[in-house]
Design a binder for this molecule. Structure first.
Ligand code: XMP
Length: 310
């Protein structure tokens, strides 16, 4: 199917659903929510408010980058700083599904507040087909699936959810995103999970631990992105291990480097990253992040592993 030709129909459907009401777009800067934001902006213009929730779990400089890209497209994006609320909800939580649920509840209560403050009746979000398949199939609780798992967002949070691309898989979304003039840095962007760096911190998600994985992620991206993997990132384990610094034993963190090739994220293979690239990443991580004493490259496919760590 030619997905770019579906753009006018998607815009027409959004117009019909939202009418003269106001809507909020939950923009993360990923290809899914970016495509939805442009579709919705074309459908309802100034009745759309685009909000980027800064949950403290984003990559370096991401909120400002996204704001600038959309400003260049004539779409104003409000950044809402909610990092403290997310870290408070995640504090003390170790279990992956509890962390996902804490993230999701905070995400929707922050958004519910923003939607009410904006006098909006609709929340537009970039759920795609793979999210629905994996959540209803029981692989994990994606943060953005509510109705599919029997939660009524109107009763629980006070708004209706509109999902303009929920029939598409990633390649189709990229086509739609390119067709609505999003720049390549968005439509070819690596997928980044809704719960952000929290999916890459095993154990408790604290601001300090997130800062470490954020720094390591920047290093991985700087060294690997030219190889154009489907996704590449760093993970912080909860176990620690012994290292040595200036002749003394040092107990410190372990970082996993993960780079995968995939079409639709339902299955994946580890990327064949050149040895020199991996060595450089390891060297940079242990020198630029003093808490880390070991770096490992992960080679497990999905399945049986998943791409992210929680
Ligand atoms: P897993 O870890 O299940 O991830 O192999 C499959 C793909 O989905 C992304 N991912 C998410 N995306 N909300 C999202 O929007 C989530 O809660 C979430 N969890 C995982 C992951 O990055 C990969 O591309």
């Amino acid at each position: 199917m030619d997905f770019k030709n579906s753009v006018p129909d998607r815009i027409r459907d959004l117009k019909q659903t939202i009418g003269e009401e106001r809507a909020v777009s939950a923009l993360s800067g990923g290809v899914d929510s970016s495509a939805c934001t442009v579709l919705a902006h074309r459908a309802i213009g100034d009745n759309l408010k685009s909000i980027f929730i800064d949950d403290g779990l984003m990559r370096e400089g991401e909120p400002q980058q996204v704001q600038k890209i959309f400003a260049d497209l004539g779409i104003k994006v409000d950044i809402v700083d909610a990092a403290d609320e997310f870290f408070a909800a995640l504090a003390g939580k170790i279990d992956p599904e509890e962390k996902r649920k804490a993230f999701r509840d905070t995400f929707y209560s922050v958004f519910g507040r923003e939607v009410r403050n904006s006098d909006a009746r609709f929340l537009i979000q970039g759920t795609i087909a793979a999210d629905i398949l994996e959540t209803t199939g029981g692989v994990k609780t994606q943060h953005n699936i509510l109705e599919q798992i029997g939660i009524d967002p109107e009763a629980g949070y006070g708004f209706k959810v509109v999902e303009p691309i929920k029939d598409l898989f990633k390649p189709g979304v990229r086509e739609v995103a390119a067709a609505v003039d999003l720049p390549e840095e968005i439509h070819q962007r690596m997928p980044f999970p809704g719960p952000g760096l929290a999916t890459r911190v095993v154990g408790e998600v604290t601001p300090e631990r997130v800062a470490r994985v954020r720094r390591a992620t920047t290093i991985v991206e700087q060294e690997i992105l030219h190889l154009k993997p489907f996704q590449a990132f760093a993970v912080l384990l909860s176990d620690q291990a012994t290292g040595v610094e200036e002749g003394r034993r040092k107990f410190g963190d372990i970082v996993i480097v993960r780079s995968v090739e995939s079409q639709d994220a339902l299955t994946a293979e580890a990327s064949q990253v050149p040895w020199e690239v991996l060595q450089k990443i390891a060297h940079r991580i242990v020198t630029e992040i003093p808490e880390v004493v070991r770096v490992a490259y992960e080679i497990t496919p999905k399945p049986p592993a998943t791409i992210e760590y929680i």
